[in-house]
Design a protein. Structure first.
Length: 365
């Protein structure tokens, strides 16, 4: 018999209690030290004779296999299932309409030197973009329409050349039946709301990092002025026109404790009654989350977030966007591990490409 190489066994910090889990099969159980010893001795014939039901249970749960080859068969089956799910997903394109940005957020992963570039995507580049998307869609083969996300820089800057570019892209999306989304800092959103209401957008994502006093220390203009009031005005106008707004809250140790204040503000504004969805996500310095999770300060922020969610009922509508937290929520809700992620990065999967305003194409964002 063969012990799965994907078995993970942890001391549960209770008397003679261990947690065994297997990401490939999705199984997880609490076992004692004797059971741990048996799992580590898959070829012990005497143990098999003494505990046949236990070994059968481990075989059924995917902790043990008759041979290493049997586990390879299970892995291949999981890979085929995962690939089928990927192929059912739409092709996605992130479109950097410009690198120019009117904010200088303190934690931005893009270098602010880049944000001084004033170019915007021109009509010929937009037309070439859609020709490329048509070809990518054909090659990917998904029955679903492609999903195009306008980002930047800041995609909704208040200038004629940019509003014309946005309109041209959204017109082509409507013509071709493509889905469209916009990720904006929200500063100039109010000036775009009337035009955007003409289109069937999936959503417009805007960021608020807390109540005014904390947001205006983090998401600032080049002269240090805060952006909170501009963004709130844009959200108000956009929701009034029936558009779907997703509010993102980037948190770290500086602002996690003020989430209840932001929740009170959102509830008082009545935004939830107009369809707003609010997600709370970590400030990401663009490192793999495996490294992110290993940073003690980030773990402490997650712990504090979960404490705040538990202590302040008004934050219940805020969706926790930490993948680590979502992992454990899945376990609690379903009693087993989530399906294994065999391909994580879209650049490896092959269903996402980024384009910038100059017509350059990238496999990553």
């Amino acid at each position: 018999m063969y012990a799965s190489k994907y078995n993970l066994i942890f001391d549960a910090r209770k008397q003679d209690c261990f947690l065994i889990m297997n990401p490939l099969s999705g199984a997880m159980d609490f076992i004692d030290s004797r059971a741990v010893s048996l799992v580590h001795r898959p070829d012990d014939q005497e143990a098999h004779l003494s505990f046949p039901e236990f070994y059968q249970y481990c075989r059924d749960r995917g902790y043990l296999y008759d041979s290493a080859g049997d586990e390879e068969v299970a892995l291949e089956a999981a890979h085929k299932k995962s690939s089928a799910l990927y192929l059912a997903e739409p092709f996605r394109a992130d479109v950097y309409l410009t690198y120019l940005c009117n904010l200088r957020c303190t934690y931005c992963f893009q270098g602010h030197r880049l944000h001084r570039g004033g170019g915007v995507m021109q009509p010929d580049v937009i037309d070439a973009l859609f020709s490329a998307l048509d070809e990518f869609r054909r090659r990917w083969g998904s029955p679903q329409p492609p999903v195009l996300t306008l980002i930047g820089g800041e995609p909704l800057l208040k200038r004629r050349s940019q509003s014309e570019a946005v309109a041209r892209i959204l017109d082509l999306c409507s013509l071709k039946g493509y889905r469209a989304r916009i990720v904006t800092n929200g500063v100039d959103l109010a000036s775009y709301s009337e035009m955007l209401a003409k289109y069937n957008l999936d959503f417009i994502q805007v960021t608020l990092d807390g109540p005014r006093q904390v947001h205006d220390r983090r998401r600032i203009f080049a002269d240090g002025e805060g952006s909170f009031d501009y963004i709130v005005a844009g959200i108000d106008k956009t929701l009034e026109r029936g558009l779907h707004v997703v509010t993102r809250v980037n948190i770290d140790a500086q602002n996690v404790g003020l989430l209840p204040d932001l929740a009170d503000f959102i509830l008082e504004k009545g935004w939830l009654n107009k369809g707003m969805v609010v997600g709370v996500t970590p400030v990401d310095e663009f490192v793999p989350e495996s490294e992110w999770c290993a940073e003690q300060t980030k773990i402490e922020t997650l712990k504090r977030l979960l404490e705040v969610k538990r202590e302040y009922r008004q934050t219940a509508f805020m969706i926790v966007g930490y993948r680590l937290a979502q992992f454990f929520e899945h376990v609690v809700d379903n009693g087993h591990l989530p399906a294994p992620t065999l391909k994580y990065c879209p650049a490896v999967i092959g269903n996402q490409v980024s384009f910038d305003h100059e017509g350059k194409m990238f496999a990553c964002c």
